[in-house]
Design a protein around this ligand. Structure first.
Ligand SMILES: Nc1ncnc2c1ncn2[C@@H]1O[C@H](COP(=O)(O)OP(=O)(O)OP(=O)(O)O)[C@@H](O)[C@H]1O
Length: 295
């Protein structure tokens, strides 16, 4: 598929290695037929679009440069594009490429046909254990993949999750993600000189995603996040104290509560590692191995 070949890194490499070769293809708006609006975000709009040559359906996110500049998020966007365009996983929304004109930046994204997860959660109030476990397992797999590439998401929540055509979950927003080792350091081999606390800090930092996944698992099953409170300061206090309570309704199995309790642990080194999560009885018994929830 033509469109998959053109993430920015590849464009860059091709341009430098084939400097004298024929002009390298770059995306422009005229490569796409624009369809219905899919939604709007803080910085622009998202449209259904079709790449004319391949007929491939994508979501085209149009961001206004002026708004990005005003909110000083250009740096964040650059990082998001750099990170997301290099990730290939069935549960991570693909970013195929980008282009820009004078006023706008365009992101060519995988189209998630079933839309936003948080709307589904609002509609259902809370999910069944089968559905929640299937989603949690697929997110754990996606995060294991990210962490293996030293990428920490840091912002796992229902608003950042989309649902694909088959019902599979897709992590969509990498705006707060970080690449924990800069490439020079790893590639030059200076890793050898890093002290243990810095080597360990990768694992250590990655455990923030385990916490967020625990919060998300709770929210899937109860319909509200675990440390919710009227005032910000109360939520803050409840998080710091890990004031975790399981309400009597809806009824949730003790296996699910056990898993959540093992993820929402204050000492980050004691949180259940994601590969262990996949072996937890609640996941094994409830998650659909295909990663697809069928109603
Ligand atoms: N790849 C996609 N496939 C299908 N629908 C999408 C896709 N990306 C975005 N949308 C829809 O467009 C809406 C706006 O997306 P966008 O990412 O711009 O904003 P947001 O995530 O809601 O907010 P923010 O501006 O804070 O990032 C989403 O809420 C979703 O409904």
């Amino acid at each position: 598929m033509a469109i998959a070949e053109t993430h920015p890194q590849q464009q860059q490499e091709k341009v430098s290695s084939e400097a004298s070769a024929a002009e390298k293809k770059r995306w422009t708006l005229s490569d796409f037929d624009i369809g219905k609006p899919l939604g709007r975000g803080k910085f622009g709009h998202v449209y259904l679009a079709r790449e004319k040559r391949s007929n491939h359906i994508v979501a085209l996110k149009v961001l206004f440069k002026s708004q990005l500049q005003q909110s000083q998020v250009e740096h964040q966007l650059r990082r998001e594009v750099e990170i997301q365009s290099h990730l290939r996983h069935p549960n991570i929304l693909r970013l195929y490429g980008y282009f820009y004109d004078q006023k706008r930046v365009y992101l060519i994204l995988e189209y998630a046909a079933k839309g936003e997860l948080y709307k589904e959660l609002q509609r259902c109030k809370y999910f069944s254990e089968r559905r929640a476990a299937t989603y949690v397992a697929s997110l754990a797999r996606a995060l294991i993949y990210c962490h293996g590439k030293h990428v920490i998401h840091r912002d796992i929540k229902p608003e950042n999750l989309l649902i694909g055509a088959q019902g599979e979950l897709k992590i969509a927003d990498f705006g707060w993600s970080v690449h924990t080792f800069n490439r020079r350091r790893t590639m030059c081999g200076t890793l050898d000189y890093l002290p243990p606390e810095m080597v360990e800090s990768v694992e250590h930092d990655a455990s923030v995603d385990i916490w967020s996944l625990g919060v998300l698992c709770y929210e899937f099953l109860y319909g509200v996040p675990p440390f919710e409170a009227k005032e910000h300061s109360d939520t803050y206090r409840r998080i710091v104290q890990v004031d975790l309570k399981f309400p009597p309704k809806p009824i949730v199995s003790s296996a699910a509560k056990d898993l959540i309790s093992q993820m929402l642990v204050k000492d980050s080194s004691q949180r259940l590692p994601l590969h262990k999560l996949l072996e937890h009885p609640w996941i094994v018994q409830n998650a659909d191995p295909s990663g697809i929830y069928r109603a």
